[in-house]
Write a protein that binds this ligand. Structure first.
Ligand code: ADP
Ligand code: MG
Length: 576
């Protein structure tokens, strides 16, 4: 259980506020996360990390001297939005380029990639190292598909130490990449976790059992077994990790390794030490030299009971970065001289766009678009619980909440645009930005893309036509598939967007009105959403529990069909 919260929808904002207040001497809050209190040296590379909240100390707890320069902090178990990441990155940018590093999760990849594109367009050089240390999540041959867990820490340290030493962005990237190639983790869980305000656990492990390889959002592991003794568990973890020594290490006899024994939530230090006693014996018996081990909480999952063991295979350079001093809210090592650098600027980078005044015709269209967004927001408010339950079957249960947050923000931004006499293109674009910024996660990022594409196609001058709308939706589909990597049949909202787009294009090619064309396409969208029942998810958060979702439609597909349907009513009322 999570016992303490106020309004669960404000949990993340409130935790960041308290976290920043508790660590004023080390960090500053910015819009989207936290940054080091002291500015980086002019011209140096900076390290920006991030991910969902609910995993403290990952990721905000790793910001400070000797570690990250900034962390973007998303909602509970949801990626930060591209805008949040950009805000943090711009707040710490020192002119030498930025390294992004984070654990490999679809939503994080999507949002960090978009942030990277935006920053590159501003002339800021950005490179990315995605951490893939979780040996349970894919085979060694497909290491790039593995998730990132406690192995993020040694990779972040490698990047940060190299960046603070004044190395070039290419060099920082190379060192962090090498660190990721040399780090391996395996985790186990004895229980699931309950998100703040949730009535039941997000996932569970049967009493007395242990799931080997379970992920930090409940992604299923390799196998279940009876819970072993502390020594028995140490043996399982050490043996498995020693069965996959990275090829670059060569002869492991006498090899030097960094070790992390991490609690995922409720396992206490005392229990960790009992396990570590055996880990130390076993690794020493394998003639491995342990360097500066870390035993404690590094990456967690609320009240999940579980631990993970990480081995970091050192070379000279990585040993230097691993043992280097650090002083952050959650990670301390050695003694770091108090920085006498200037305090960071905490000017907010809100990334607000200018509102372009539209033509009279486009302002009329903007009124319709605003009404459509409001109608969509109302239907999602009404169906929030239902969508959450659908998502909880195989995903993380946050779809209703995320959609509600996103659409509520979209409506507020659209109203501002409407009051400023913006055209429909600008209105949809700012609504899309606000949506992805507030919703976070995968679906928030993708809905932002849809609205921005539609806004781009409609513009602020012309009277919208059925064919321009169809072209906007087709462009949205292309970008969603391109960035989100889902194909039709993967059980995502692409299974609705794809036939919907085809139907709109068909309507337009037969010269149907906007309203007739949308109504016909909405019927197809409804059917397509229901048809996702029979599909097996192959991408996104739902993938690990794929089989559980057979017989239930995809939540993102259902919410999209609901939105299309509510927009249909508005178009019918205004455009007939
Ligand atoms: P998260 O997966 O980050 O928890 P949500 O729960 O809000 O985000 O949304 C889940 C929905 O997002 C899924 O039901 C699916 O329709 C959609 N989705 C997830 N990943 C993708 C993707 N890569 N491409 C298209 N849609 C996706
Ligand atoms: Mg979800």
């Amino acid at each position: 259980m999570t016992h303490l919260f106020n309004d669960p929808t404000k949990f993340t904002d409130e935790l960041i506020e308290g976290f920043a207040a508790a660590h004023r001497n080390q960090i500053y809050p910015v819009d989207g996360g936290v940054i080091r209190r002291h500015k980086a040296k002019p011209g140096q590379v900076v390290l920006v990390i991030g991910g969902g909240s609910g995993h403290y100390p990952a990721f905000g707890g790793f910001v400070g001297a000797g570690l990250a320069h900034g962390a973007a902090m998303g909602n509970v178990f949801a990626s930060p939005s591209a805008q949040q990441i950009c805000n943090v990155a711009q707040a710490v940018d020192a002119g030498g380029g930025i390294l992004f590093s984070y654990g490999n999760y679809a939503g994080d990849v999507l949002n960090f990639n978009q942030a990277q594109e935006r920053l590159c367009a501003m002339g800021i050089d950005v490179r990315t190292v995605v951490v893939t240390d979780d040996t349970a999540s894919a085979s060694a041959a497909e290491k790039h598909k593995r998730r990132g867990i406690a192995g993020t820490l040694p990779v972040f340290k490698a990047a940060a130490v190299a960046a603070d030493a004044g190395k070039s962005l290419d060099e920082v990237f190379r060192i962090a990449t090498e660190a990721n190639e040399r780090v391996r983790t395996l985790g186990v869980a004895f229980s699931g976790c309950t998100l703040p305000g949730a009535g039941k656990p997000l996932f569970e492990v049967a009493d007395g059992k242990m799931e080997v390889g379970m992920g930090i959002h409940g992604e299923s592991g390799l196998y279940r077994m009876d819970a072993p003794t502390a020594d028995g568990l140490a043996e399982i973890l050490v043996n498995k990790l020693l069965s996959e020594i990275p090829a670059v290490v060569g002869n492991s006899d006498g090899a030097r390794i960094g070790v992390i024994l991490n609690s995922l939530g409720t396992v206490k230090h005392e229990e960790l030490f009992v396990v570590y006693r055996k880990v130390d014996q076993l690794l020493s018996a394998h003639r491995l030299a342990i360097v500066e081990p870390v035993v404690g909480e590094l990456i967690t999952s609320f009240d999940m009971a579980g631990i993970s063991l990480t081995l970091f295979w050192l070379n000279d350079q990585l040993e230097h970065t691993w043992i280097a001093a650090a002083d952050t809210p959650a990670f301390h090592r050695g003694h770091i001289a108090q920085s006498d650098g200037d305090n960071a600027d905490v000017t907010k980078f809100s990334g607000k766009r200018r509102l372009t005044i539209g033509s009279a015709n486009s302002q009329v269209a903007a009124t319709v678009a605003f009404a459509a967004l409001k109608a969509a927001s109302e239907v999602i408010d009404e169906k929030r619980e239902e969508l959450g339950c659908l998502d909880a079957i195989a995903g993380d249960g946050d779809h209703g909440l995320g959609m509600q947050r996103g659409l509520t923000a979209a409506v507020v931004a659209a109203k501002e645009a409407l009051d400023a006499k913006a055209g429909v293109g600008t209105l949809l674009t700012v609504a899309g930005d606000a949506w992805s910024d507030r919703a976070g996660g995968t679906s928030g990022a993708l809905w932002g893309i849809i609205l921005r594409n539609l806004g781009g196609a409609l513009g602020d001058e012309a009277i919208p036509t059925a064919s321009v709308i169809a072209a906007g939706i087709a462009a949205a589909l292309r970008d969603v598939m391109d960035l989100g990597k889902a194909q039709p049949g993967d059980k995502t909202f692409v299974d609705v967007l794809h036939p919907f787009s085809t139907a709109l294009a068909q309507g337009a090619s037969c010269n149907r009105s906007i309203s007739a064309s949308w109504t016909a396409a909405a019927a197809i969208a409804d059917e397509a959403a229901q048809a996702t029942k029979d599909l097996l998810p192959r991408i996104g958060r739902a993938r690990p529990h794929a089989e559980r979702s057979i017989g239930t439609p995809d939540p993102g597909a259902v919410s999209m069909a609901l939105i299309i349907r509510s927009v249909d009513k508005i178009i019918g009322a205004y455009c007939s």
